[in-house]
Write a protein that binds this ligand. Structure first.
Ligand SMILES: [Zn+2]
Length: 123
C-alpha cells in the first residue's frame, strides 16, 4: 500500500479485511462465530458511514489496486456510496437526491459485491 494512503482509508480496508477473514473462517453452524462476523460487518459499515464520498471512493480505489490486476473501471462514482443499511434504505426510498444514488448498481464495487463474499441487506 502506498505510503500516501490516508489513515481513514487504511482503517476502512483493515476493517473490511478483518470482517472478510472472520467470514471466511467462521463456522456457519456456530451462532457465536456468526455474531462475531455480524459485529465486524457492523463496525465496518458504521465506520464507512463516517467517511466522505471522496474517502469512500479513495478506499475502494485503493482496495481495487491492491487486489486486482485489471485497470480501474472508467466510472467509479458508485464507489462513493455508503453501503450502510441506513443509507441503502434512504436511497431505496428516494430520499437522498444525490447523483450517486441515481447510478446503477455496480458489480465492480470493491469491498462489497465484487468479491461476492460479504452480503448485506438485499438490494
Ligand atoms: Zn451510511
Amino acid at each position: 500500500m502506498a505510503e500516501t494512503t490516508p489513515t481513514l482509508v487504511k482503517r476502512w480496508i483493515a476493517l473490511l479485511d478483518a470482517a472478510e477473514h472472520l467470514r471466511q473462517t467462521a463456522d456457519p453452524h456456530d451462532p457465536c462465530a456468526m455474531k462475531r462476523v455480524g459485529r465486524a460487518i457492523d463496525s465496518l459499515l458504521r465506520f464507512e458511514h463516517t467517511l466522505t464520498d471522496a474517502q469512500r471512493e479513495r478506499a475502494r480505489r485503493t482496495l481495487w489496486l491492491r487486489d486486482r490486476l485489471e485497470p480501474l473501471p472508467a466510472d467509479t462514482r458508485a464507489w462513493r456510496r455508503c453501503r450502510c443499511r441506513s443509507c441503502l434504505l434512504t436511497r431505496r426510498l428516494g430520499k437522498m437526491p444525490q447523483a450517486a444514488s441515481t447510478l446503477p448498481a455496480s458489480d465492480d464495487t470493491p469491498g462489497f459485491g465484487s468479491r461476492a463474499t460479504i452480503t448485506l441487506a438485499s438490494d
